[in-house]
Unconditional design. Structure first.
Length: 202
């Protein structure tokens, strides 16, 4: 859908946000316990003056905080690297899909992709989508296929829904889609958009 997050449903996005909050809370608790334990050990085993103990606690806290920062940064970098690696796989798959779907939807005007050619394409393309497409993209494409399994001549709904799916693909690749309204993408390849498409906009 247009309002979905990159590769996520709103429910999944909320779950991930709460996992981040929970992880941060646990980290703070662990750091607090580690600092308290360090202070207790230093105080009990060394009998040093409060000033020395405070300095040792401060140094321990600094080391723990620095270590936690390094661990979190490395985890974030690994997630970013994984996302970029997946994105590199998705880009050619999504580009191929967009090209073929445009040829199929507008075949009567352009003499492009024929139904039998489309069937052959989807037989080879679907395994790629299953392997590399995000959960949200796979779900949205499944909805599109079920909804438009039997197209009606002259019905522009599949075209508008195709634009919605293109927005889903863009979000999955990291684009915010800010400022893109109904017809913004269609206007890039459909001529006379105001007189032909606008009156039929759902």
């Amino acid at each position: 859908m247009i309002g979905s997050n990159v590769g996520d449903t709103p429910q999944l996005a909320r779950m991930r946000w709460w996992r981040v909050v929970l992880g941060a809370f646990i980290l703070v608790v662990v750091l607090g316990l580690a600092i308290a334990l360090t202070a207790w050990v230093v105080h009990e085993l060394t009998g040093l003056q409060k000033e020395v103990t405070a300095a040792l606690v401060t140094a321990s806290a600094t080391i723990l905080a620095a270590t936690a920062t390094v661990v979190l940064n490395r985890r974030s970098e690994r997630r970013r690297d994984l996302w970029l690696a997946l994105r590199d796989k998705k880009v050619p798959i999504y580009e191929e899909f967009t090209e073929k779907m445009m040829a199929l939807l507008f075949s009567t005007q352009t003499g492009g992709l024929k139904p039998e050619e489309a069937a052959t394409f989807f037989r080879t393309w679907t395994p790629k989508l299953i392997a590399w497409g995000s959960d949200n993209v796979v779900a949205e494409w499944s909805k599109y296929r079920r909804k438009h399994s039997t197209p009606t001549p002259g019905d522009l709904t599949p075209v508008f829904d195709f634009e919605d799916f293109l927005l889903v693909l863009r979000k999955d690749l990291g684009h915010p889609n800010q400022g893109l309204q109904r017809g913004s993408l269609l206007a890039l390849f459909v001529t006379d958009i105001d007189t032909v498409l606008a009156p039929s906009t759902p």
